[in-house]
Ligand binder design. Structure first.
Ligand SMILES: O=P(O)(O)OC[C@H]1O[C@H](OP(=O)(O)OP(=O)(O)O)[C@H](O)[C@@H]1O
Ligand SMILES: Nc1ncnc2[nH]cnc12
Length: 170
C-alpha cells in the first residue's frame, strides 16, 4: 500500500509557514495502520530492547501498538502535569515552538535498553530531549523510530549519536 498517500498535508498549521503532516487518514484506515506498525516493527525485531518509550501525544498512537507488535512494555513521556508520580522534566524546542516533557523517575532502571518511538521526526528536538531523559535515568537508547521523517529539517544531525529508522521519508 502507498502509506505516504495516507498522510495529508495541511498548510499553515499550527502556524503560518508550517506544512503540517496529518497522520489521521493513515490511522483511520485499518489496513494502512496495521501495515505501518508491522513494517516499522520489522526494523527492530532483532534488536535487544527492554521497553518502548513513546512521546505524547502522537507518539502514543504509534508507540503503543508497536510495543504490542514487539512484545514489549510501553513507557510514556508526557506533556507537563499529566504524570502522577515523581517526574524528571526537560524543556525542548520543536519546529513550531517550545515545550516541556516529563517521565516518571522510576519508569526506567539502570541499564534498561530503550527504543524511542514518535510519529514524526522534524528538527529532532523532541526525540533528542527524550533520549537525554532516558539516559539521565540510566537507560540506554538502542534506537529511535518514526513513521515519517521530514528530511529537509535534518533531524538526523542532532540525533547523530543514535540509530534512527524511519518508515517513510519526505
Ligand atoms: O522533531 P521535532 O521538531 O521535535 O518535532 C516532532 C514532534 O512534533 C510533534 O509533536 P507535538 O509537540 O506537535 O505534539 P503532539 O504529538 O501532542 O501532537 C510530533 O508528534 C513530534 O513529537
Ligand atoms: N510539519 C509537521 N507536521 C506534523 N507534525 C510535526 N511536528 C513537527 N513538525 C511537524
Amino acid at each position: 500500500m502507498n502509506l505516504k498517500a495516507k498522510i495529508r498535508n495541511i498548510p499553515d498549521f499550527p502556524k503560518k509557514g508550517i506544512l503540517f503532516k496529518d497522520i489521521t487518514p493513515l490511522l483511520k484506515d485499518s489496513e494502512a495502520l496495521k501495515e505501518a506498525i508491522v513494517k516499522l516493527a520489522d526494523f527492530f525485531r532483532d534488536y535487544e530492547i527492554d521497553y518502548v518509550v513513546g512521546i505524547e501525544a502522537r507518539g502514543f498512537l504509534v508507540g503503543t501498538p508497536l510495543a504490542i507488535e514487539l512484545d514489549r512494555g510501553f513507557i510514556p513521556i508526557r506533556k507537563p502535569g499529566k504524570l502522577p508520580h515523581e517526574v524528571l522534566k526537560k524543556e525542548y524546542e520543536l519546529e513550531y515552538g517550545k515545550n516541556v516533557l516529563e517521565i516518571h523517575k522510576d519508569a526506567i532502571n539502570e541499564g534498561d535498553k530503550i527504543l524511542i518511538i514518535d510519529d514524526l521526526l522534524a528538527t529532532g528536538g523532541t526525540t533528542y530531549a527524550a533520549s537525554k531523559m532516558v539516559e539521565e535515568l540510566g537507560g540506554e537508547v538502542v534506537a529511535c523510530g518514526f513513521l515519517l521523517e521530514l528530511d529537509f529539517l535534518n533531524g538526523r544531525e542532532i540525533l547523530k549519536d543514535y540509530e534512527v529508522q524511519s518508515l517513510l521519508i519526505d
